[in-house]
Design a binder for this molecule. Sequence first.
Ligand code: FAD
Ligand code: NAI
Length: 476
Amino acid sequence: MSSKSFDVIVIGAGPGGYIAAIRAAQLGFATACIDEWTNAAGGPAPGGTCTNVGCIPSKALLQSSEHFEHAGHHFADHGIGLKDLSIDVAKMLARKDTVVKQNNDGILYLFKKNKVSFFHGRGSFVKAVDGGYEIAVAGAANETLVGRQIVVATGSSARALPGVAFDEERILSNDGALRIPKLPKTLGLIGSGVIGLEMGSVWRRLGAQVTVLEALPTFLGAVDEQIAKEAHKAFTKQGLKIELGVKVGDVKSGKNGVKVAYTDAKGGAQTLEVERLIVSIGRAPNTAGLNAEGVGLKLDERGAIVVDDDCRTNLPGVWAVGDVVRGPMLAHKAEEEGAAVAERIAGQHPHVDFNTVPWVIYTSPEIAWVGQTEQQLKAAGRAYKAGTFPFMANGRARALGDTTGMVKILADASTDEVLGVHIVGPMASELIAEAVLAMEFRASAEDIARTCHAHPSLSEATKEAALAVDRRTLNF
Ligand code: FAD
Ligand code: NAI
């Protein structure tokens, strides 16, 4: 084998790609990973959307803004007095950048530790060769690699409104939304999905007046209705203005702001004028520049790579994982697929169950769920029992001073198997892990109810919701 030949070449070092590369190397394959993301100094910044302009920086800003909100609105309840509270946006952004850099460096360290050869540049298919594919790397150094197995993990990018390009000054994608240099007085958001709600929360907490325009008539349509209603109530109370059922028209960007013409749910013509506008209407798979057509790699009508349940593409020896294929656009889903593909290449038989992939929206209250919603069970005609428990009745939540929301468990009416768990409230992102594990083991609600949970803890709300499935809560 020449020095530029590999058993496995991974294109993209987001959560799907870097995990696939590490797992492949652990399994003994000579592995290369190619990624083009470049930091401000011109160096590599592996980690993809997740690390650079997604999960990690958004959570850093959510944390900073949550501290600010607590200091401004909740510390007084604890007897803590503060004078002259202020926010230094530049410092907050610099902290976020440091957190991102720590994660970039962490991945480079993991590549070294696991002996993954990293190439900084754009990877594309050249041609099929005997026993594999030739992959070109266009970057600081132009090279050609040969790989026996190829894993495409090129991720996704923000979708723009038709005819309204992102300038990242006034009209922002998730990238610009994470580096607004100065607190805007007014901020508009198109799309009340996950990014809209998380980014809207950051800037609202810091003092911006935030308006969200959503095309659908229902709020968070994919979320269990009862949970979505509770979240909508909480967000509205916090001052987030959410308009549903709108039709966005002309968007004009000027020196001082952006004007959005739209039709409201009643058909009335409206204009929203804001300093900055974040467009968060979903994401599109990154397949341009891969030369997919050159090698006959099949894409669907959205430009996503077509794969089977095991992430195999139509080309032998070519796999694809993460945001660039079907399924939820989530970092942990990409990671599971990445690890599973490496194991399949090694002849193992891993399984990724989409039904137990958790979702989390990191607002406050947080929203997290796994499995089926009540609407889905009804639509499927499945007989179920529901149990809910409010955080209002949980001692730890009262001590924390955050009693918004509830845990809701849905279980099969006859077998008691847990079919879905839905949480809105404090630390829902952490609480959902127990529900995922329970569903992975096909636990019954009674299994959760009979499990000893530490007191006082928020997780007791999960135990109580499981007891509620059988109408026997102890603390409510
Ligand atoms: P990506 O992370 O997009 O990585 C793909 C990589 O491939 C990139 O580095 C890209 O530069 C590189 N690349 C593309 N084409 C080429 C090429 N031809 N050659 C070389 N390199 C290439 N998900 C969660 O689970 N939790 C969250 O909290 C969360 N928060 C988010 C917040 C925001 C604002 C956004 C935008 C997304 C968030 N997501 C979150 C979604 C998550 O970021 C994605 O699902 C995840 O990053 C997908 O991983 P991936 O590996 O498929 O692709
Ligand atoms: P999204 O799919 O979550 O939400 C987009 C919203 O925009 C939808 O409600 C949709 O109805 C609305 N919309 C679409 N076109 C519109 C239009 N023309 N006018 C008004 N509204 C319109 O997409 P989003 O927020 O861009 O996020 C993309 C993906 O990134 C998410 O689906 C998720 O997979 C991932 N993500 C995950 C996070 C997490 O796990 N915490 C955080 C942020 C993003």
